[in-house]
Design a protein around this ligand. Structure first.
Ligand SMILES: [Zn+2]
Length: 328
């Protein structure tokens, strides 16, 4: 890496958890008893993801050489993991951002440390995000100390990314008023911080060391999603799914896959379905398992598919287990 080229971004990617929920919804029948619960969890997680994505706009105005931006960093400290939505590192200060993409009336009740959301007559209660970032600040500070990184001020903000939500702080509280901001003033706020702290505390070398360490020790949450929802693998809808409309199964026609719904034709549609298998069932697959999951009857066709993928494998010819590429 060149000295001038200091910005390293761990860019927004759908988390492995979100990819797993998408794959699960694709392969759970409309009438499955767990479907509603999975849909509800998916709606919450994907709204969160869209909120995080929307921060790219204000952050895009920052001078590249002065800031490192990391998204979705999950680190271990004292046998526990802590996750930070967005982490900004500059030579002068570190900023932790927790984004909230929730619509409706958001009431930050700091006396009871809760966030109450009212939307269309329904009320939801969430943990207080100001307390969340406070805890993250402590955890990150201790983590930096443990890893012998120079002491540097750590600031925090809760960013409300949904422009249509109404923010209320009850009772009024100046600390909360400062902490909770809308994404439209995020850029201003970061500029203010950069004038407030004018000493470079981290050298370029230290910043590089820190960013390498963050990327190395980042441990994304990777839940066994079928276990989480107590869903039997046999309940999953089998077959190759259509890359355009998710219809399952596609039909095999002259060496290609044809969607009966939208008539998409694809030669390699099975690749995405193998990825579903890796996300939902397990990271390795045998010829028999692949035939069962993709509803392809011929062992020799599957054998050819596996050969073109050039996957590493273990076991003898008969029960050879192919290692599917990781989705991380
Ligand atoms: Zn289709």
């Amino acid at each position: 890496m060149k000295e001038s080229d200091i910005l390293i971004i761990k860019t927004w990617k759908k988390s492995i958890e979100l990819l797993k929920l998408e794959a699960l919804l694709r392969r759970l029948s409309k009438s499955h008893p767990k479907r509603q619960l999975v849909e509800k969890d998916y709606a919450i997680k994907s709204a969160g993801f869209r909120g995080e994505l929307s921060l790219d706009y204000p952050l895009g105005f920052l001078p590249e050489k002065d800031y490192l931006i990391f998204h979705n960093i999950r680190l271990k400290f004292n046998d526990n993991y802590f996750q930070i939505d967005t982490l900004l590192i500059s030579p002068k200060f570190i900023l932790i951002l927790e984004s909230k993409n929730i619509s409706g009336i958001l009431e930050f009740d700091h006396l009871n440390k809760q966030l109450i959301r009212t939307f269309n007559d329904s009320i939801n209660v969430y943990p207080d995000p100001v307390q969340q970032v406070k805890l993250q600040r402590f955890q990150l500070g201790s983590w930096l100390e443990l890893n012998k990184i120079t002491t540097i001020p750590i600031k925090t903000h809760v960013v409300v990314t949904n422009p249509n939500s109404l923010i209320r702080i009850v009772p009024r509280n100046t600390y909360y008023q400062k902490k909770i901001i809308r994404s439209t003033i995020l850029f201003e706020r970061i500029k203010e911080l950069s004038t407030q702290f004018n000493n470079d505390l981290l050298s370029r070398k230290e910043i590089r060391k820190l960013s390498n360490l963050l990327l190395k020790l980042d441990t994304p949450l990777n839940p066994d999603i079928l276990k989480t929802y107590q869903i039997n693998p046999n309940d999953l809808v089998k077959g190759v799914h259509c890359p355009s409309c998710d219809t399952i199964p596609m039909a095999r026609v002259r060496g290609s896959f044809l969607c009966p719904q939208c008539t998409t034709i694809s030669k390699d549609a099975y690749l995405a379905s193998l990825s579903d298998y890796a996300l939902l069932v397990k990271p390795t697959i045998t010829n028999t398992e692949m035939r069962e999951f993709l509803l392809i009857h011929s062992a020799s066709i599957v054998k050819k598919m596996l050969a073109t993928l050039n996957l590493s494998y273990t076991g003898t010819t008969k029960d050879r287990r192919y290692h599917l590429p990781s989705n991380e």
